[in-house]
Design a protein around this ligand. Sequence first.
Ligand SMILES: Cc1cc2nc3c(=O)[nH]c(=O)nc-3n(C[C@H](O)[C@H](O)[C@H](O)COP(=O)(O)O)c2cc1C
Length: 397
Amino acid sequence: MTLNGRRVVLGVSGGIAAYKSCILARRLTESGAAVDVVLTAAATEFVRPLTFEALTRRPVLSSLWERGRALSHVELARDAELIVLAPATANLLARAAQGIADDLLTAILLAAEVPVVAAPGMNDAMFAHPATQANLTTLRERGWLIVGPAVGALAEGPSDRPGRMAEPEAILVQAERLLRAAGSALRDRHVVVTAGPTREQLDPVRVITNPSSGRMGYRLAEAAYARGARVTLIAGPTTLEPPVGPDLVRITSTAELCAALEQSLPQADVLLMAAAPADFRPAERSDAKRPRADGPLTLSLEPTPDVLERTAAARRPGSVVVGFALEVGSGLTRAREKLDQKRLDLVVLNRVDEPGSGFEVDTNRITLITRDGHEESELMTKRAAAEVILDRVERLL
Ligand SMILES: Cc1cc2nc3c(=O)[nH]c(=O)nc-3n(C[C@H](O)[C@H](O)[C@H](O)COP(=O)(O)O)c2cc1C
């Protein structure tokens, strides 16, 4: 519930992508926000107000002239902390750029003094039209954040030009960031997150790796971005969707992870080391695939570079470094040793042998260990765990 009690006006205009705004209304509501949906008259041709009313459990407005709500445009403009326009039609962008206020939504836009996020969605030629482009330039200059449009299929057929509205998830990420950054110590800070396993090649087809999915690191990167940070996510091989917002740097081996970290360290204010790098690699790599018929294979492994130790040694003064410890059994003593030996500010301990925690699941039960003591959490989603970790990082900054 990262947006608990926050007030958002979701303006929906008459584009075919209006159906996707139902998902946006639902996700904003699930995040705890009070969402007031305002539809243009054209939007009500695409989606019925009742759908939004059921999703947000709040009244949905579309007319300036409704009896008993004579000043709703002023009240909604005054109470909102953010206005999200999705989809924003070519017509809505034109009216907003000109300062026209001939319906409830455009009257709110004129009366409000809060940030606006707009997600244009229209035919690709309408989007490319100089009038639309000029309107977008004007609105950007006024401080509007424009999300998308994306390139891809339109209702009328395939397209290789921008026009299609950005996905609700991408709009939600920017809305959350605008709402949360103002109160966060991570705003405009550079956060570097490592995630996933690394892979050490034995021969052209075989690797040494571990079952890390990268989820904890990805959720941390998303949560840090939502708090207004500039985020670099250095990720080993995973099948996860790239997060919206963070810069993604892909690596494979532990040595590549070290090299990528060395590049980012000089600018990093916070380092969240959630990757599970391979600790050993083959002493020799074979260029040929060794056939099974050759009999038993004896491997000689050598330790890989100690990523945490190197990072802590080269960190910027004043930066916060968080290490992750995955232990079998309680592991508290070992995690405390790690905190001291590797000069970390915080160790996040999770247990591989506990149901719902560790590798390949969406949940985690973590223990936060600092020099002042330790604190155990309940079992929660990895995104919620990321928020708990970042709350602590903000206090350490
Ligand atoms: C089936 C249909 C689909 C439309 N889709 C879009 C669209 O995706 N984007 C857009 O800008 N206009 C679209 N239009 C045109 C707008 O509905 C029209 O310009 C309308 O006046 C917009 O009003 P509003 O901006 O007040 O919502 C569509 C019209 C129809 C009939």
